[in-house]
Ligand binder design. Structure first.
Ligand code: JB3
Length: 214
C-alpha cells in the first residue's frame, strides 16, 4: 500500500493534483497552505490541515508529499528542503495521460490529463507535464521543469533544469534549452536557447529586459 499524500499549496494547481491523485487511487491526507485564512477550508473536499509545519507531525515513513504549486522556483525550493528532511514525493500520473512503457518518470513528477509521453523520453524529478502537453520520443526533461498546458515537444528535445515552457509553445526536433530558461506561451523554438534566457515569438527570439519588464 502506498502512503497517503500531503499536498503543498491549496490553490489552482493543487486542485488538479487532488483530482489526478484521486483518480489514480491514492489516498490524500490533506493540503497545507502558507495562508492562514485557507486553513480549515477544503479543496475538492480535501481539508487544508495547516501550514508547512503541519507536515512534520507525520514522519517521512508515514506520508508522501506532492507539490501543489506551479511556480518553478517555489517547487524547486520546497522539493529540496523536504527531500533534505527525508520525505519522498509521490509521482502523480493522471489515468488519462498516455505514458510509454519505457519512458522514465522521476520522483514527484506530475503528468496531467491528456499529456502524452512517448518512448525513451526521460522526465526528471519534480517536473510538471501539464494538461494536454506532449513530449515526444527521446526527449530529456531536466528536474523541476514545468511544461505548461498544450505545449508540444518534437523528438529529441533536451530541456535543462528549472526551465519553464509556456502554454502552447512548440519546440522543434532536437532543440536544446539551457537551465532556467523561460519559453513564452505560444513561442515556436527552432534553434538552441542558452541558459538563463527568456525567448518569445515565432520564431522565438530573446526578449530584451524592457520587454520582460512590460
Ligand atoms: O495554468 C495552469 C493550468 N495552472 C497554473 C499553475 C501551473 O500555476 C495556475 O493557473 C496558476 O498560475 C498556478 O497555480 P498555483 O501555483 O496553484 O497558484 P495559486 O492558485 O495562486 O495558489 C498558490 C497557493 O499556494 C496559495 O494558496 C498560496 O498561499 C500557497 N503557497 C505559496 N507558497 C504555499 C507556499 N503553500 C505552502 N504550503 N507552502 C508554500 O511555500
Amino acid at each position: 500500500m502506498s502512503a497517503p499524500v500531503i499536498i503543498i499549496g491549496a490553490g489552482g494547481h493543487a486542485k488538479v493534483v487532488v483530482d489526478a491523485l484521486r483518480r489514480s487511487g491514492r489516498d490524500i491526507l490533506g493540503l497545507v497552505d502558507n495562508d492562514p485564512e485557507k486553513v480549515g477550508a477544503t479543496v475538492l473536499g480535501v481539508p487544508v490541515i495547516g501550514g508547512d509545519d503541519a507536515i512534520e507531525k507525520h514522519t517521512p515513513a508515514d506520508v508522501n508529499l506532492a507539490i501543489g504549486l506551479g511556480l518553478v522556483r517555489q517547487r524547486q525550493a520546497l522539493f529540496s528542503a523536504f527531500k533534505e528532511s527525508g520525505y519522498a514525493f509521490a509521482k502523480v500520473i493522471h489515468p488519462a495521460a498516455v505514458v510509454a512503457d519505457n519512458a522514465r518518470i522521476g520522483e514527484g513528477a506530475q503528468i496531467m490529463a491528456g499529456a502524452i509521453i512517448q518512448p525513451d523520453a526521460i522526465i526528471g524529478d519534480n517536473v510538471i507535464i501539464n494538461t494536454r502537453a506532449s513530449v515526444d520520443h527521446d526527449c530529456v526533461i531536466g528536474d523541476h521543469v514545468h511544461i505548461a498546458p498544450g505545449a508540444t515537444l518534437a523528438g529529441g528535445v533536451w530541456i535543462g533544469e528549472g526551465s519553464m515552457i509556456g502554454v502552447g509553445a512548440t519546440l522543434l526536433e532536437n532543440v536544446r534549452i539551457g537551465d532556467n530558461c523561460i519559453i513564452a506561451g505560444g513561442a515556436t523554438v527552432i534553434g538552441d536557447v542558452p541558459a538563463n534566457i527568456t525567448v518569445a515569438g515565432v520564431p522565438a527570439k530573446p526578449m530584451t529586459s524592457k520587454e520582460q519588464d512590460a
